[in-house]
Write a protein that binds this ligand. Structure first.
Ligand code: GTR
Length: 419
């Protein structure tokens, strides 16, 4: 019998237990390969962009690279889209909120592809308010225990309270910890949310369901699921811009994890989003792919083959061939306020890679006369930095917490303050 040294066994068990993820994942800073990031301000023809006036062209070039090689390109807003208010109450949440639930029929016909928006605004507001908009993971009814929130009967990922991929009443309010509605309202903001599965159920079905029906992907540069979700956020913004309760020029897009990747892509494409917030978005979100720390391009494409455009698979274990890296995605938000958040015990999402990405995106902000992060070293845990770009790494795990939201509200106060 061959004996495996005890230290090796313990080491292996430890590596798996720490990560809670497949073996062979790199969590060692010393093993991050040497890499060179593509320069944000160097055009494809080799020339440098050195005036704000030249940025628009470079921005278009970078956006196209992300569309073609990473997320896939999505169609324009559909013609004939229809909004119907399904329910509203000016005295919701014990009189603190106005609640509105709106159905969006993308093709203008009931029963076709569509989504439901849940909107809360502070009842005390005298005029339109700035609003945070983000997708949720489990149905609008999971974001608050409010019994009047319409229950989602769509396909759900399996989990507690989900039976045969459908939610049960048990899931009402389940994610309330991630959506501190009262706190947001007290600070004078509104919150709008949509279930991501209204747009595209989160499984690989060859893009037959969800909004992909409107323009089925035919080429490896067509929209994957993240692009479909991001497209839906733009459609939510289309609606919100028509609602008198909402200040259309102050809408912040926010998302966590896979939906943080989505918020970044939505905010990068659609400059009507006045602020962009990424919570623990990791690989394919804020984290630099070339670092190969935690989740890698190959792992994400293998486990979630439907999230990105087909072309992205060509970069499995070949990150250095990517014509972009994620600091360029963040640069597409410039000069609008951008916040990137990490969590200390979320190595899978590579907090340092998220920070470095935000740091390097500063090149575009500076070109446009704004201060990026304003620091060059990663700040200590629970010590946020906030200029035009904000960043924090909080203690704890992969999640959205009250701490995260308090920082986003501070950041919004800083940038959305009325003159
Ligand atoms: C993980 C995935 C991450 C992240 C996360 C989430 O399984 O590897 O990229 O998106 O899911 O969305 O919670």
């Amino acid at each position: 019998m061959r004996l495996i040294p005890r230290a090796v066994v313990i080491g292996a068990i430890f590596a798996c237990a720490v990560a809670g993820q497949p073996a062979g994942v790199n969590y060692d800073e010393a093993k991050v390969p040497a890499y060179q990031l593509p320069e944000i301000l160097r055009r494809a023809d080799g020339g440098m962009v050195d005036t704000a006036a030249q940025w628009d062209e470079r921005r278009t070039e970078i956006l196209k690279l992300f569309e073609d090689q990473v997320y896939g390109s999505a169609p324009d807003a559909p013609l004939g889209m229809r909004f119907s208010v399904l329910e509203q109450d000016a005295g919701a949440l014990g009189g603190r909120a106005r609640r509105k639930q709106v159905r969006v029929d993308f093709a203008g016909t009931e029963g076709g592809p569509g989504m439901e928006i849940l909107l809360y605004t502070p009842s005390a507001a005298e005029g339109p308010v700035p609003v945070f908009v983000g997708l949720n993971f489990g149905g609008n009814h999971t974001v608050h225990a409010d019994p009047a929130i319409r229950f989602s009967t769509r396909w759900m990922r399996s989990g507690e309270g989900v039976v045969e991929n459908r939610a049960t009443e048990e899931t009402r309010g389940r994610s309330a910890g991630r959506w501190p509605v009262e706190r947001i309202l007290e600070r004078g903001y509104g919150l709008a949310t949509v279930y991501c599965g209204d747009l595209d159920p989160d499984f690989d079905d060859g893009f037959r369901n969800g909004v992909h029906q409107l323009a089925p992907p035919r080429t490896p540069s067509d929209w994957g699921t993240i692009a479909a979700w991001a497209w839906g956020l733009s459609r939510a913004l289309d609606y919100l811009s028509t609602d008198a309760l909402v200040e259309a020029s102050r809408i912040a897009v926010m998302g966590h994890s896979r939906l943080g990747k989505t918020a970044l892509w939505a905010g990068a494409r659609d400059t009507r989003f006045a602020m962009v917030i990424s919570n623990d978005s990791g690989c394919g979100g804020a984290a630099l792919s070339r670092r190969r720390f935690g989740e890698t391009v190959e792992r994400i494409n293998t486990r979630f083959p439907h999230w990105f455009a087909g072309n992205f698979k060509a970069y499995n274990d070949s990150e250095d061939k990517l014509p972009v890296d994620q600091h360029m995605l963040l640069a597409l938000v410039a000069p609008r306020p951008l916040y990137v958040a990490s969590a200390e015990d979320d190595a899978w999402a590579d907090p340092k890679g998220e920070f470095l990405s935000a740091l390097h995106a500063g090149a575009a902000y500076e070109l446009l006369g704004q201060k990026g992060l304003g620091v060059s070293e990663m700040p200590a845990v629970n010590e946020p930095v906030m200029q035009r770009v904000g960043y924090h790494i909080r203690s704890g795990t992969h999640d959205v917490t009250a701490y995260d939201w308090d920082r986003y509200l501070d950041f919004a106060d800083k940038h959305f303050k009325r003159d």
